[in-house]
Design a protein around this ligand. Sequence first.
Ligand SMILES: [Fe+2]
Length: 267
Amino acid sequence: MALWNGKLVEIVMTAREPSAAAEHWAALLGGDPDGDAVLLGAGTRIRVVEGAQEALAEVRFQAGPELRAAVEGALTVTDPDGWRLRFDPVDEVEPLELSSPTLSHCTLGSPDPPGQRAFYESLTFLLSDQLGDFFCWLRPNPVHHSMAFARSDEANINHLAVELPDSTSFIAAIDRVVAQGGKLEFGPGRHMVGNNLFAYLRDRHGIRWELCAEMLRLDPDHPPGMYTPEDRKRSVNVFGPPPPESFIKEPGGPGPAPLEEPATEGA
Ligand SMILES: [Fe+2]
């Protein structure tokens, strides 16, 4: 498989007031507001369209030839949980140069993580790690995960993530959130799976975001780590402090939002 088969480049969010939401998310995550979008590093972005509530409507990837072949050239595909994916064709996927806050991954609640795993594997994503049938992490390139699925009663957002270039900029990002009057829900800590530093926060709409850094990069032939659900207790934070109840019990946002009008190309 190509080392860079796909790249998460954009999430489309719905919001009641798109430009206000974009401004809020840019300030919180360290991106640049640009009308109804938030520009992040390495050509990644959050696009915001009008909708009934703040929610995730579409996940967009640059798709190399193997990924395009797996979806038989389709531009958009809906996964078994109802999440809409878009695959923009490129001859060669651009590797991700991490020099500023960059869109990292979507971790989504799923009633059937193994079913989601099988679907994404059919799209040529590779399994990086798995915690029984409770959690799975998948990648179309060396970044440990672009999509992950955690068991939940229904499809919803668990969290959406932005990666910082290093631990210094990670701490600075947390300081920026606090300076704006925000506070963390969980962290800073380090996950065992992916080895990344993490800090979770809720935005003013209740959406859970993760700031992360030092995420593992894996070669295509790296064997997946197969953990048991019992490993979860120690895996969630190798630094020690356990997550608060809200992190375990509350979703980080609603299920798939309808996309009323297809968002246009360009920022
Ligand atoms: Fe995450």
